[in-house]
Each structure stands twice: as C-alpha cells, then as structure tokens.
Design a protein around this ligand. Structure first.
Ligand SMILES: Cc1ncc(C[n+]2csc(CCOP(=O)(O)OP(=O)(O)O)c2C)c(N)n1
Ligand SMILES: [Mg+2]
Length: 318
C-alpha cells in the first residue's frame, strides 16, 4: 500500500470521527431531533473497504450509515443539513440520519429497517453484472442484520447468480441492547458463508490496513467475475445504540477495553512510527478536518427547514 493511501484513509477515518462527535454534541444540545446512530469506533471498516472502490462501484448501508457515506465520498455539508432536517440536505430534510443516499457517488442509501439494504444490494449488484463493466457492489450490515430472513435470501441468490457483491458484516457484538452471542446458534458469523458456497473470513475490523487488504482480495475477485464473498469485521461502537441520555447498558470495562483499540489512534501511530507523516502534518490534517466540519454545521444551521407544503412533493403512490 502506498503512503498516500494510508494518509487518505486516516483523513477519512478522522472525518468520520470528528463529524460524528460533533453530531453527538449537537444532538445532546438539542439542535438535532429524531434518531441518530453513531459509528464512532467502527471507522476502519467503511474506510478500509471503500478505499478499494471506484466512483462507479456501489455501496448499500444501514441505520448506522454516516461512516459509509463519508467513506464513499458524500458531501458532508449535505449530510449535516439532512441530519438537521434542513431543505439543503440530501433528502431535502425529510429523511434524516437514516436515509442519506447519493446515487451520483454509488451510495444507495442508509436504511432504517434492519436487513432491508441486502435485497437492494442484490439489485445493484445484478445491474453491475448485466452492464458488464467489472463494477462491484458492497453491502454493509450488522451482526443483528445477519439474523434477518433477507440476509439468508440474499446470500443464497448472490451465490446462485455469482453476483459481484461483497457482504460486509460489521460485528460490533450487540444488536441494539442485546448481546449477539445470546441470539446466535453458531459461535462465529463468517461460518454462515460456507452454507451459501462463498468464501467467508473474519478479521480485525479496527485495523484499517487489515480491512483494506482483506476487502481488496474479495473485491478484486468479484471484479473478475468470481462471485460474492463474506467479510466479517470484528469491531465495537463506543456510544450507546443511539444518541440519548440513557445510561450505558453494556459492561463499562468492556467499553473501556475496546476504546483502547481505537482505529483512528492506531492509524495515527502507524503514520508516525513509519515516518509517513510528521506531528506537524497530523496537526494540519486535524485542523483542516475541524474547519470542514465547522463549515458543515454552519451550512446546516443557516439553511431553511422545508416548508409545510414540501411534504406533498417527492411522495409516491399508485
Ligand atoms: C426489521 C427491524 N427490526 C428491528 C428494528 C429495530 N432496530 C434498529 S437497529 C437494531 C439493531 C441492529 O443491530 P445490528 O444489525 O447488529 O446493527 P448495530 O446497531 O449493532 O450497528 C434494531 C433491533 C428495525 N429497525 N428493523
Ligand atoms: Mg451490531
């Protein structure tokens, strides 16, 4: 991997981290309403995977989708405006955090329904296959999403049709407030891939280089027409299931242990120890990122809310 790629991945992870820390603060200050699920702690997954994708490749996300949007190149001003419910947001302020999409960059949407991104990804991957231009699709979902019927149906169909689709399971050990090991009949999720005759591996989802390399292999394989694959990334979210004043329900020692495996910090350490960047350059990247996020908040705050009559637009029925 080139030094430039590692620096770019660090910048992406830092943008996700600082964007979401800011969203979290604005939420607790009462400036954002609705539901917000943060990805803090899991940044290496979206970043390492999307670093292997071209603009014409596609991704499908889930309810914890800010990281995927940023890693695929979404405009953070329009993201922040959407989270604020403003007219200049990605969905004109009518979707909020869980519905951010940008088809122009191949981002086929966050999704509030657990497991609902998977069938969308089948369609996206099928379109890529039919087009025959070696495009691939990636679908992100959680450990909880792996227990939905859509997961099994999609794994099966992708394998039967040899679709260029990579299944990326973000195993953060919990589905909402439930420890995943209490709802699974197997001990390791990636083993489910063998039931659908596709390769499946589990990796450290907090190490961006590991994620980059493992996903590269599977993405290259799919691009070559060799079909789907399953990547289980073991990771952890630092915040509660969603932003709220509720107390933490997971063991505090567990949360603290995972915070020591901070993906952003460890990328930073690699950049410094490999003499890829200096402390000064790191500070520069940090301050540039903070400025961009300040601008995104200002853009959101200064934008108007949709008018009541706007609720009659972009509505479909038959
Ligand atoms: C079909 C459906 N069932 C339940 C919910 C409520 N719900 C929202 S997120 C979530 C947990 C999902 O867990 P996981 O897939 O592991 O993702 P994580 O939140 O851990 O990132 C649940 C149960 C929902 N949105 N959709
Ligand atoms: Mg989970």
């Amino acid at each position: 991997m080139e030094n430039r790629e590692l620096i770019d991945m660090y910048r992406t992870m830092l943008t996700i981290r600082l964007f979401e820390e800011r969203v979290s603060r604005e939420f607790s200050d009462g400036n954002i309403s609705g539901y917000v699920h943060t990805y803090i702690g899991e940044e290496a997954v979206a970043t390492g995977v999307c670093a292997n994708l071209n603009l014409t490749d596609s991704i499908v996300s889930h309810h914890r989708g800010h990281g995927h949007c940023i890693a695929k190149g979404a405009d953070i001003n329009k993201m922040m405006a959407e989270i604020y419910g403003k007219k200049t947001g990605y969905c004109k302020g009518k979707g909020g955090s869980m519905h951010i999409a940008d088809f122009s960059i191949g981002m086929f949407g966050a999704n509030g329904i657990v497991g609902a991104g998977l069938p969308i990804a089948i369609g996206v991957a099928m379109a890529a296959q039919l087009e025959g231009k070696n495009r691939v699709a990636v679908v992100f979902f959680g450990d909880g999403g792996c227990h939905e019927g859509t997961f099994h149906e999609t794994m099966n169909l992708a394998s039967v049709w040899k679709l260029p689709l990579i299944f990326v399971c973000e195993n953060n050990l919990y589905a909402a407030f439930t420890k995943s090991s209490t709802t699974m009949a197997i001990d390791e999720i990636y083993k489910r891939a063998s039931a659908y005759s596709m390769p499946g591996i589990a990796i450290d989802g907090n190490d961006v280089i590991t994620v980059y390399q493992a996903s590269k292999e599977l993405i290259d394989r799919a691009r070559d027409g060799k079909g789907p694959a399953f990547l289980e990334c073991r990771t952890y979210r630092w915040h509660g299931h969603f932003e709220s004043p509720m107390p933490e329900t997971r063991p505090l020692e567990e949360v603290e242990e995972w915070k020591k495996k901070d993906p952003v910090k460890s990328a930073e350490e690699k950049l410094l120890s490999g003499e890829i960047v200096t402390e000064e350059q790191l500070r520069e990247i940090n301050s540039q990122t903070i400025i961009q996020i300040d601008e995104a908040v200002r853009y959101a705050v200064d934008s108007p809310f949709p008018a009541p009559e706007d609720s009659l637009e972009d509505v479909y029925s038959n």
